[in-house]
Each structure stands twice: as C-alpha cells, then as structure tokens.
Design a protein around this ligand. Structure first.
Ligand code: 13P
Length: 254
C-alpha cells in the first residue's frame, strides 16, 4: 500500500477581504511543507481565487468552495467548473454541510458536481457528515453510506481514487465540539469501508479521508495520531496564518 499523503485544507468560508487574503498568503507561502509530505490547500471565496493563485508558492494550492455543475448557462451569480478551473483552482469543495443546509444542495447536485469536477480536472473534496439527531439515533452509518453512494454514482474507480473525502459531523462544525479522536477515527473507518464496498479495498486504502469540525491547534496532533485520519478540513482556526502553519507542520509529522 502506498503511503497516503496527508492533506490540510483551510475552508475560509465567507471570510477575508482582498488585503486580508494577501496578508495570509504572504505569511504562509514558503513556510508550508513540501507537497511530497503534505498537500496544503486554501479553499477561498471564488472572487479571491485568481488573486491567490497568482501568488501561490511552490507547495501551496488553491481550491474553490462551490461551483455549478453545468458547463455554462443562464445561472446568475454562479461560477462554472471551467471558470473555477481557468481561475487556477486545483480543488473544489463539494457538498459542504452549509451548502446542503442553507442553499438546499441535494445529493443529486453533489453527484452532478462530482462528475463536473472530474470533467474539468478539479480534485473534489467531498464533504459528508451526520446531524446530531442522526448520531443520537444510531443512524450515522446509514446516513454516511447513503451520502457516499449517491455522491459516487457514475464515478469510475480511476476517478474515485483521486477524491479527497472530508468527514465533518455537522454538530461539530463551528460549535467548539470536536468528535473525540477515537470517535472520528471509528467513523472514518466506516467511511473507508463504504468506499471499499463501492470500489474494493485497494482503492479504499488509497483514498484520503479528512476530519473536519472544530479542529484547533490544540487538538490537531491527537487527531492526526489516529490510523485512518489523513488530515483535516478546517474552518475558523485556519483563518489565522500561524495556525495554518501549525496544522501543516503537524501533518508533515504524520
Ligand atoms: O466546516 C468546517 C470546515 O469545512 C469546519 O469549520 P470549523 O473548523 O470552524 O468548525
């Protein structure tokens, strides 16, 4: 089995002005580990993509947070996959729980975006996660399996293996409640088992699966010690350049 290269992805959500984005990128560029050690990614608002791409150093990469699945069309306010790609982004967040809950994104939309990502050679960071009520009623596995099955519909194995999956329990996002490292690892093992179900164990062992939800500089090390946690997708704490470097440094030691 090849070693899975850890991934640290910042999800900036709707934060940072142009000047704040520039300040961040100048602070981290040149200080992130080599890409052979860690994939360091900033998922930025679409309007900042090009600005950041122009300044990304050798080892930092830029991703978008959302796109439409259509090639083009009359969809006011949306960005197409080709626009994201030609802005220079390499990654695309798909199915973040905030997109699902505030913007009505369905599993069908998620699947169409997955297909569009591969069509335009963007690496998807596919977000899945259960609500608190799902966990309390022991439905976590059922909910995650359904999200994964639908997201990977019509995606062949050669593409699936390139997908980065982010397991983000919805109850842990922005709440300060982190899943314990053991709980996160156990659930990520279930996610990996579902990928094995869909594509076989070799592919499941190669796919990177991240944890997301209230990751902070003081819990990243514990999380990364777990066998199946291949990195993190981080919101609030990754808005600080110093923290981002703590995260990428921690991942370089995995
Ligand atoms: O939604 C998240 C990353 O996509 C997690 O956000 P927080 O790290 O702020 O909890």
């Amino acid at each position: 089995m090849n070693k899975r290269i850890p991934v640290i992805a910042a999800n900036w959500k709707m934060y940072k002005t142009k000047d704040e984005a520039l300040e961040f990128i100048f602070a981290v560029n040149g200080n992130v580990p080599e890409r052979s050690q860690v994939e360091s990614i900033i998922c930025a608002p679409a309007i900042l993509l090009n600005l950041l791409v122009k300044r990304e150093g050798e080892h930092l990469r830029i991703g978008a947070q959302n796109m439409h699945y259509a090639d083009e069309g009359a969809f006011t306010g949306e960005n197409s996959p080709a626009q994201v790609k030609t802005a220079g982004a390499d990654y695309i967040l798909i199915g973040h729980s905030e997109r699902r809950s505030y913007f009505g994104e369905t599993d069908k939309d998620v699947n169409l975006k997955m297909q569009a990502a591969f069509k335009y050679d963007l690496t998807p960071i596919l977000c899945v996660g259960e609500q608190l009520a799902d966990r309390e009623s022991h439905q976590t596995k059922h909910v995650l399996d359904a999200q994964l099955e639908k997201a990977f519909d019509k995606i062949d194995a050669s593409k699936a293996v390139k997908t980065i999956i982010a397991y983000e329990p919805v109850w842990a996002i922005g709440t300060g409640k982190t899943a314990t490292p053991e709980m996160a690892n156990d659930t990520i093992k279930e996610v990996r088992a579902k990928v094995a179900d869909l594509y076989g164990s070799e592919i499941a062992q190669s796919v990177r699966i991240l944890y997301g939800g209230s990751v902070k500089p003081n819990n990243i090390h514990e999380l990364l010690k777990e066998s199946d946690i291949d990195g993190a997708l981080i919101g609030g704490a990754a808005l600080e350049s110093n923290n981002f470097l703590v995260f990428t440094d921690a991942a370089s030691k995995k």
